[in-house]
Design a protein around this ligand. Structure first.
Ligand code: UDP
Length: 232
């Protein structure tokens, strides 16, 4: 059982089957699992992507910095939404951003984040790294390392890392364990290379697992054998 974890959800996880916007049912399933984990004493922080609204690199005609600023704002909308759904089921939450967003969020600081976590509050790290040309994978790696998490949990729409795309190749083989360096060497598109490099340099393990499997978040945090563990 881990004592402090960072859970990374893609924006699409919030959108469910619609692929855009929010799906409350999906967020409630996550909230229910996080509540059970908090009750067992694990501290939880969460990073959510923005792909259910916007991706900076997809908007070819716009200045990339501006496009990425919109992407970062999308992650803040997602975090405020999920935070409210969590509060609705009795979980204490706070949303922190790397830059001030008026009265809507707290500005990130390690001390304040860790103090919230120790209080049993779920901290949503929104707004990514606060800089363009990065992703929320990298934001998740950075915040997880900064706040001394035991492990980063990347919940995906696939149940682990495969040697080829299982939706195309029925013979695709799932890895139980890979090295961080394999992500770079073999071009495995599981987490972005900047995030993998940060984790590798700072000995931060990552578990990649399927969000849609029953109780997968609880099982991941309890250290059960699911998904693919990325070792450094
Ligand atoms: N983004 C950014 N800096 C960050 C994190 C995110 O500029 O540190 C922006 C970027 O435009 C990205 C969007 O926010 O496309 C959504 O983040 P996510 O990681 O979900 O993007 P994806 O990897 O899916 O494009």
């Amino acid at each position: 059982m881990y004592s402090r974890v960072l859970l990374k959800l893609s924006g699409e996880a919030l959108a469910g089957e619609k692929g855009f916007g929010f799906d409350e049912g999906n967020v409630l399933i996550v909230a229910d699992q996080v509540k059970r984990i908090l009750n067992k004493g694990t501290q939880v922080s969460i990073v959510i992507g923005g792909g259910n609204f916007w991706r900076g690199r997809s908007s070819e005609r716009m200045d990339r910095t501006k496009a990425d600023q919109i992407g970062m704002m999308a992650t803040i909308m997602n975090a405020i939404y999920a935070s409210e759904v969590f509060r609705g089921v009795g979980i204490k939450t706070v949303v922190q951003t790397p830059f001030p967003v008026g009265t809507m969020t707290e500005t990130f600081s390690k001390d304040s984040a860790v103090s919230h976590l120790k209080n049993g509050t779920v901290v949503f790290f929104a707004g990514g790294t606060g800089h363009p040309y990065f992703s929320t994978d990298t934001g998740a790696a950075l915040r997880g390392i900064e706040t001394d998490c035991d492990i980063l949990l990347f919940a995906k729409n696939i149940d682990g890392v495969y040697d080829s795309d299982p939706s195309v190749n029925p013979e695709a083989k799932k890895y139980d364990e890979i090295q961080c360096s394999d992500i770079v060497k073999n071009g495995l598109r599981v987490i972005d290379i900047t995030a993998a490099s940060l984790c590798s340099d700072n000995n931060m393990p990552v578990l990649i697992f399927g969000l849609n499997e029953e109780d997968s978040i609880v099982n991941a945090i309890e250290g059960k054998k699911i998904g693919t563990i990325v070792r450094t």
